[in-house]
Design a protein around this ligand. Structure first.
Ligand SMILES: C[S@@+](CC[C@H](N)C(=O)[O-])C[C@H]1O[C@@H](n2cnc3c(N)ncnc32)[C@H](O)[C@@H]1O
Length: 274
């Protein structure tokens, strides 16, 4: 279902305010992340590192979309990207990212922008666009998003996504076994309030008297994601579904049951050389 520009803007600004609030939760982790990166460590997961290592060896510029507090962005730099650009709409998150980069002396630039309205100055700058781990559900126009990704990429450049599998949306999060949540629908097309976020994440609230922060998400099927990118001009290199999670989303479900279904996917696509 198409969303009006006005409605999309209402949801976007609610989400921006929610993420700004949630940034306080990550502030105490700045020193820890810097120590990890300084010691040669990385916040990227093993499948991400394996896929990204060969791309980063020759990477002049990597752009991380929805970079949050920058740990993954700076991990791309640590793994070999000569320059990294992290983009997010949350000024508070970017402040944390900037602080980490300064402490590390990293070649990093931080851009505050909506992922659906990328600055024209970034067009064609990226050998690698990286995103995921909780990014796509905040995007309300997949077609515009995919077009933005393609515009960022230099000819021959790659997009790599490691993201929660859209099937995760249909399982009841608190159940002791995998069972459909009441409203679970893989094919749902509307944005909905995230009932767990930002409430459970907040360590500082908005000013007294303010309405509680609310955040809105939209699920996208695997076919929709790959098709939007292909229609925007990218070529599929590899799509993999993985049994691993990147966060404990179904804590009561036994591991042997979880492992029989995908919980994340990774997608590597390439912009054809000119
Ligand atoms: C779950 S976090 C992603 C974390 C990231 N994968 C990482 O670990 O580095 C989602 C991020 O998307 C950002 N975000 C959400 N909607 C956005 C939008 N429309 N434009 C730019 N950033 C957005 C939020 O501010 C937040 O930092």
């Amino acid at each position: 279902m198409l969303m009006s520009d006005r409605h999309r803007e209402t949801l976007r600004s609610a989400n921006e305010a929610a993420w700004d609030l949630v940034a306080a939760k990550y502030a105490p982790e700045v020193e820890r992340d810097v120590a990890l990166l300084r010691s040669g460590g990385s916040s990227l997961l093993a499948p991400e590192r394996a896929a990204l290592a060969p791309l980063l060896r020759a990477c002049k510029c990597a752009v991380h979309l929805q970079c949050s507090h920058g740990a993954d962005t700076l991990s791309l730099w640590g793994l070999g990207a000569r320059q990294v650009i992290g983009l997010d709409f949350s000024a508070e998150m970017l402040m944390l990212a900037r602080r980490k980069a300064e402490l590390l002396g990293a070649s990093a630039t931080w851009v505050q922008a909506d992922v659906l309205a990328l600055p024209a100055a970034l067009a064609g700058t990226a050998d690698l666009v990286y995103t995921g781990k909780g990014a796509l559900t905040w995007v309300f126009d997949l077609r515009a998003w995919a077009q933005g990704v393609v515009q960022l990429l230099a000819p021959g450049g790659h997009l790599y996504i490691y993201e929660g599998h859209p099937l995760n949306w249909i399982w009841a999060p608190d159940a002791a076994e995998l069972r459909l949540r009441d409203e679970g629908d893989y094919f749902a097309t509307t944005a909905r309030v995230n009932v767990d976020f930002p409430g459970a994440f907040l360590e500082r609230s908005a000013s007294p008297g303010d309405a509680p922060a609310r955040a809105f998400e939209r699920q996208w099927g695997l076919g929709e994601v790959v098709s939007a990118l292909a229609q925007a001009g990218l070529v599929l290199v590899r799509l993999t579904e993985h049994p691993e999670h990147f966060w404990p989303q179904f804590p009561r479900v036994p591991a042997d049951q979880l492992q029989r279904l995908p919980h994340t996917f990774s997608l590597l696509m390439r912009r054809p050389a000119a």
